[in-house]
Design a protein around this ligand. Structure first.
Ligand code: ZN
Length: 305
């Protein structure tokens, strides 16, 4: 079978490798789609974090079950919560499988994982009804946070994003107002929109100093900042403002797939709206190059092995 093999920084090669065999308690999945994730891009540019195959936003069909597998059958559509999905086939332990309901499309199934990252952050944020929110960054994580906030009833969502294409997407997905942080002072923009008060909560979704500062200076006194971006650089923070305004800051780095699935099924959330391109496995390097360019022309790219 064909699989994309990580060779080092900015180098991925599609090679012929043996098909994996499901061990006891595992199933073999024929991969339909695997989305390119921000964490994959991070590894592509800076090196692999753990020594494991990458590609984890997959969906597909079970083609073989190992011994001792219960409740999963050949032909079932599943989301395998496992790595190594930039390949025609992958194996996954049965306890890491999510069944795809009949009403859910393949594109939706392929975007459950990124939505579930936002679902986890939003659950951790423990929001009260009627809050106002700021999201810095309208990449996949920021966009999924818009959808999640709408699903839990947050009506006022401000978004900052440098790319015009992504700002448009944010508006399409339900942002109340957007702005380009390169052309405006975000904290002043937010103060104007909130009668000087600041937002109740801000979601840092970029992983950069400027966007974190925008969050910290835009929340109200005793407001919350949820940090979900991946930072490569150290960030100096103006601690006096943080202390005097009693800001609550929390990092999040996990996922809640069942909550994301329930949003799609019961609240009509459409995470597939962020898919802007689908490419064959042979072109995976092209997908990584497009997504690591300075000017972002795509949002979520699905790889179809
Ligand atoms: Zn991901």
């Amino acid at each position: 079978m064909k699989a994309a093999i990580y060779q080092g920084v900015r180098e991925i090669r599609v090679e012929d490798v043996p098909e994996p065999k499901p061990g006891p308690g595992e199933v073999k999945v024929k991969v339909k789609y695997c989305g390119i994730c921000g964490s994959d891009l991070h590894e592509y540019q800076h090196g692999l974090f753990p020594e494991s195959p990458f590609g984890h936003e997959a969906c597909g069909e079970i083609v073989e079950v190992g011994s001792g597998v219960k409740g999963h059958h050949v032909g079932d559509r599943v989301i395998p919560l496992n790595k190594g999905a930039y390949a025609q086939y992958m194996v996954c332990p049965q306890e890491r499988l999510l069944k795809i309901p009949p009403s859910m499309s393949w594109e939706q199934a392929a975007t459950v994982e990124p939505l579930s990252v936002a679902a986890y952050s939003i659950e951790k944020a423990d929001l009260k009804p009627g809050v106002t929110a700021l999201i810095t960054g309208a990449g996949p994580v920021g966009l999924m946070t818009i959808l999640g906030l709408k699903a839990v009833g947050v009506g006022t969502i401000y978004v900052t994003e440098v790319s015009e294409m992504r700002r448009k997407k944010a508006e399409e997905m339900g942002a109340t107002r957007t702005c380009n942080p390169l052309n405006a002072r975000v904290s002043s923009w937010i103060k104007e929109l909130t009668s000087g008060r600041g937002v109740d909560i801000a979601f840092e979704s970029v992983g950069m100093e400027a966007s974190l500062k925008d969050c910290l200076t835009s929340v109200r006194t005793q407001g919350k900042v949820i940090v979900q971006g991946i930072f490569t650089d150290r960030v100096p923070i103006h601690m006096l403002g943080f202390v005097t305004r009693e800001t609550i800051m929390m990092g999040t780095n996990s996922a809640n797939p069942p909550l994301a699935m329930s949003w799609i099924e019961k609240k009509g959330v459409k995470p597939e709206m962020m898919v802007t391109k689908t490419i064959p496995l042979e072109k995976i390097s092209e997908g990584f190059e497009i997504l690591t360019r300075k000017i972002k022309e795509e949002i979520k790219i699905l790889v179809e092995p």
